[in-house]
Design a binder for this molecule. Structure first.
Ligand SMILES: CC(C)(COP(=O)(O)OP(=O)(O)OC[C@H]1O[C@@H](n2cnc3c(N)ncnc32)[C@H](O)[C@@H]1OP(=O)(O)O)[C@@H](O)C(=O)NCCC(=O)NCCS
Length: 219
């Protein structure tokens, strides 16, 4: 039986080490075993910096996740040249929590919202929650005022549509990247403004009189 989720609220919470198996399972389901990151790699990244790992919950149940990695300069060239593959992002390519102030570039490793098996209102609820919490989530991992670019690989058709809708531009297509996923980039300021606008549009559509996210105008 499908649950009525109309009045349920979605939250983004820090992921715990116990969530890593669940994240790994969802990535395998969504991206196929060939493209999903290895469980061991997830653990290494989490070990260096857990602050970009979030779990989306609704009514106490996990419905999705978001993983963001703060990139060190030693890996940026492969992003800018479009040659990056996820397995190249080693633990020493990620800033630690104590180096938060140094972060200028982020990589969205994965976003999964709702069930891939059935149409439901979960993704839109989760995306609205992420929009509401976008700058606080980002602030856990860096100082947004210092941020320049946000990178992401298009691991699925829905992911690619979603990124284009947020204002990401293609840096290199999958053909140019020899069968690897297409690489996208967005200026942080563009992303912040577009997400704020989508959030406001969503509130108008649902008729809720909630003010703009408090973070609008920051950064
Ligand atoms: C990626 C994923 C989260 C995108 O969700 P989606 O529902 O397919 O996203 P869509 O682009 O269709 O957007 C749905 C709606 O939310 C809106 N939206 C997008 N981001 C939003 C935000 N931050 N706040 C409010 N609304 C938002 C869109 O404008 C769209 O609204 P519309 O239907 O009125 O036009 C989801 O498809 C998913 O979990 N896929 C499996 C994993 C995956 O492929 N991840 C991406 C890897 S690159």
């Amino acid at each position: 039986m499908r649950k009525d989720t109309r009045n349920m609220v979605c939250y983004a919470n820090p992921a715990t080490p116990e969530d890593l198996d669940w994240i790994f399972g969802r990535e395998i389901d969504s991206y196929t075993p060939q493209y999903a990151v290895a469980r061991q790699t997830l653990e290494q990244w989490y070990g260096v910096n857990p602050d970009g790992f979030s779990i989306l919950t609704m009514n106490g149940c996990r419905i999705g996740h978001l993983t963001i990695l703060p990139l060190r300069p030693n890996i940026l060239e492969s992003f800018d040249q479009g040659t990056i593959v996820e397995r190249d992002i080693r633990a020493d390519c990620i800033y630690t929590p104590t180096e938060k102030h140094l972060t200028r570039n982020l990589y969205i490793e994965s976003i999964i919202a709702g069930s891939s098996h059935a149409h439901s209102t979960l993704p839109i609820k989760a995306l609205t929650c992420l929009a509401r919490d976008f700058v606080p989530l980002i602030s856990a991992i860096c100082d947004p005022a210092n941020l320049e670019n946000v990178y992401a690989l298009a691991a699925s058709g829905s992911g690619e549509r979603f990124m284009k809708g947020l204002g990401f531009d293609q840096l290199k297509s999958s053909q140019q990247r020899a069968g690897q996923h297409a690489l996208y980039v967005a200026r942080f300021s563009t992303l912040r403004d577009n997400i704020g606008a989508l959030y406001n549009r969503r509130l108008k559509t649902t008729g809720k009189s909630v003010p703009s996210p408090f973070w609008r105008g920051l950064g």
